[in-house]
Design a protein around this ligand. Sequence first.
Ligand code: PMP
Length: 398
Amino acid sequence: IFAAVEMAPRDPILGLNEAFAADTRAEKVNLGVGVYYDDNGKIPLLAAVRAAEKARLEAMPPRGYQPIEGLGAYNSAVQNLLFGKDSTLATSGQVVTVEALGGTGALKVGADYLKRLLPGATVYISDPSWENHRALFESAGFPVENYPYYDAATRGVNFAAMNAKLDSLQPGSIIVLHACCHNPTGADLSDAQWDEVVAVCRSRGLIPFLDMAYQGFADGIAADAVAVRAFSASGLQFFVSSSFSKSFSLYGERVGALSIVTASKEEAGRVLSQVKRVVRTNYSNPPTHGGAVVAAVLNSPELRQMWEDELAGMRERIRAMRTGLVEQLKAEGVAQDFSFVVKQRGMFSYTGLTAAQVEKLKADFGIYAVSTGRICLAALNSKNIGYVAKAIAQVVKS
Ligand code: PMP
């Protein structure tokens, strides 16, 4: 039965990691990853997470099945982060939240549910977008198209083109929006532009699906929820996927959630019953550990404060790497203006490096980046930033 099976194309970013691992040069640097490293180049284990895990291990809870929708204390903590602790939406019972296997799992449960709800819809993702968005919605059975987003000339968002495209779509189209820290470009919408997106979703009858994978990595928990809050205030129905992979440094524990804002508590009950069917036929119910740890942190005032401080530390370190890189490129005599790197938000930057320059960085310096020129600023640290700046300078000057 496998004789005619073709080899699937390699995942471009995971393929990069394999090539990096095989590189024997001591000075090699992997800027291709989507992971936050600390200044020692290590994935941090946050102190708040460690404290919650220690308490959990000591309590030795039995490992029964979770409810299909996951842990209640976790799901309400997710709503609190998204909508704010005083949000009437969260207390109204209008929002369905189910624990999911990371942000990816949340997107997939949402996509599968949407396919049952709106089988004829088309999904629109930003151009460019996180590369898994297209594959994920296509695998749920949707045609996937782009809306204009990044403008290489301004290194920002071509909002006029984006807005015009959204304003031309069929009612019932599904629009995937990066809630903050756009991956891969680092270019986000302004608060006023979010209001315009809300308005066009309302006037055209579009279905917004906000992907929140980096809450807290741009300006802070509440500030980074500006898009979610704008949609919440609008009275529209929408979807949100949350990921805690980065913000809790819990990548492998697969901690995420899908939230769906409905029109009423009664509607939410019906929607939840359908989403549970999707979950039940996929993986039945989520794993216990990651969600329990995140819930313990978010629901304890001390641990939550500790986490917010650690999250701020990650955010500030990335910012310092952004300014550091721009300064060091200037010091290396690079005439080209790289100041846009400081304005971009989150872990990534679209540097404008060409595929040939990225290839040269790899061949001559053992510095790995995505061929689109995307680099992860959180992979820079005080020890490798000088080497990386020198290498980029040589590549752009040659
Ligand atoms: N959405 C975006 C925009 C992402 O960048 C990522 C992770 N790289 C995800 C979703 C998936 O998150 P997770 O790793 O929690 O599945």
